[in-house]
Design a protein around this ligand. Structure first.
Ligand SMILES: CC(C)(COP(=O)(O)OP(=O)(O)OC[C@H]1O[C@@H](n2cnc3c(N)ncnc32)[C@H](O)[C@@H]1OP(=O)(O)O)[C@@H](O)C(=O)NCCC(=O)NCCS
Length: 155
């Protein structure tokens, strides 16, 4: 998509990131959670910027034998424009070179068809379920994963 820049998340992005976060999740992360991840050397955080405005972000934690996709959201007015796909592609492409022998895993609400469809489009497959993983509202999580070495650029 034209005009989108993907870059590292910075502290100055947090007011806008937190607005998107609150509009995207029923149990949103706090400002402090994002601050912690920005300072965490094992975190991979990117924002997508359109016309100078943060439109979405992705948060991934890399630990020695596992990569965990913790958070991904796009502001409602910018959805279905391919921004989450760009963030995901950028992350998977970058991490594939960094840790080719590692799996990337994530949990997603069972009812979140948009996200499950997105992740399947980018090569994730369903591995199982965690019962009552989420609160507010209570819901099972679907566990998905992808072998990074097998990832092919989608954009
Ligand atoms: C899920 C979410 C990140 C998708 O962001 P997006 O920028 O709109 O996604 P994209 O435009 O990149 O969509 C890529 C593909 O994902 C799938 N997809 C995205 N939104 C969808 C929807 N509402 N319904 C069905 N499929 C959807 C489609 O396959 C889409 O490709 P297409 O548009 O060519 O059909 C966004 O809806 C969001 O922020 N939701 C709230 C937060 C959330 O649920 N995060 C994920 C769990 S942590």
């Amino acid at each position: 998509m034209e005009g989108i820049i993907i870059r590292e998340m910075q502290h100055d992005d947090l007011p806008r990131v937190c607005v998107i976060e609150r509009g995207s999740h029923t149990a949103p992360w706090s400002n402090k959670s994002f601050e912690y991840e920005i300072e965490n050397k094992d975190a991979f955080l990117r924002v997508a910027v359109l016309d100078g405005k943060v439109a979405g972000y992705i948060c991934i934690r890399t630990i020695p034998d596992l990569i965990d996709l913790l958070n991904l959201a796009v502001s409602p007015e910018f959805r279905r424009m391919g921004i989450a796909g760009m963030l995901l592609n950028d992350a998977l492409h970058g991490l594939r070179h960094l840790k080719p022998d590692t799996d990337i895993t994530l949990e997603v609400r069972e009812s979140n068809t948009a996200a499950i469809t997105l992740y399947e489009k980018y090569g994730f497959s369903i591995k199982g379920k965690r019962r009552n993983y989420y609160k507010t509202p209570d819901e099972d999580a679907i566990i998905m994963d992808l072998v990074l070495r097998e990832y092919q650029n989608r954009v």
